[in-house]
Ligand binder design. Sequence first.
Ligand code: GDP
Length: 320
Amino acid sequence: MNKHWMNKRVTVTGGAGFLGQHLVKRLERQGAQVFVPRRRDYDLTSLDACLRCLLEHPADLLIHGAAYYGGIGINQTEPGRLYYENLVLGANLMEAARLTKVGKVVNIGTACSYPGYLEGHLKEEDLWAGPCHASVVNYGLTKKMLAVQGLAYKRQYGLDSIHLILTNLYGPGDSYNPDRSHVVAALVRKWVEADLAKAPSIEVWGTGKPVREFIYVEDCADAILLAAEKYNDVSLPLNIGTGIGTSIRELVETINSVTGYSGQLIWNTDKPDGAMMKVLDVSRMSNALGGWSPPTNLRDGLSKTIAWYRANKSQADEKW
Ligand code: GDP
């Protein structure tokens, strides 16, 4: 068991959420003193609340994993809220972190921050090589600003931080609300419900051609904690992913094969495809994390996720 954070004070924003719960569980196992600010106690969109949080709970490590986010649907319906909440949350938390002298900040970013119209795998050096994809710009840019703030705050105030760029996560505890969910959770719910209702067809969005990369949430939590320990270069973000591209059509076929569903697929091309390709280059990740790569393949991760969703459906559907 890695004891790097033993007895260290670690604050995890978003620590009760999908990814955050897995981070907290691991940190506690390592012997860290973990604090998770809850929205009802600290509305972190306000600088006062960020300051109060970090003064009341001084942190050797602050993992900023909180975000108001979701899949391609919510980017269309709530672009304003996505923009405002994530922008001020990140900016105020970093300001409070430097004022309260946090030891190190780990900002959790998103592949939506990358240029949306590049070909090939996305490399850290390309973060500024073009505009974000229009379908996710409102969210992607706010997280990208944290990479700018991290560098500025290191230069002016000496605050240590890193910026991690995560690919699409999936797994138990995700949002299964169709207004908010990303593609894997959305499809898992549709497939399980079609199976329960013996439905003859399922609607899938777009053309099936876009290519995405999917990382199992537990693997992602392991990678984040390794990066928090080993990666210190504020001048370049670090990608966290599998590096493996899967088309939406291939994803659908894998879910069909795991569930045994054999009904008809209806591709609703009125729904957006989004970026045609969003897959990270993970060579720097592998070097920085001592050769680590995510152990869970897509089929196994989907099997675990579908089994969990079947067993926890009503609770999962109500969550958010
Ligand atoms: P993105 O990775 O930011 O584009 O967000 P999503 O995970 O929401 O969508 C990824 C791709 O899956 C897009 O091309 C969607 O059109 C496609 N997709 C297919 N069916 C669905 C669905 O039911 N829900 C969502 N959210 N996406 C879907």
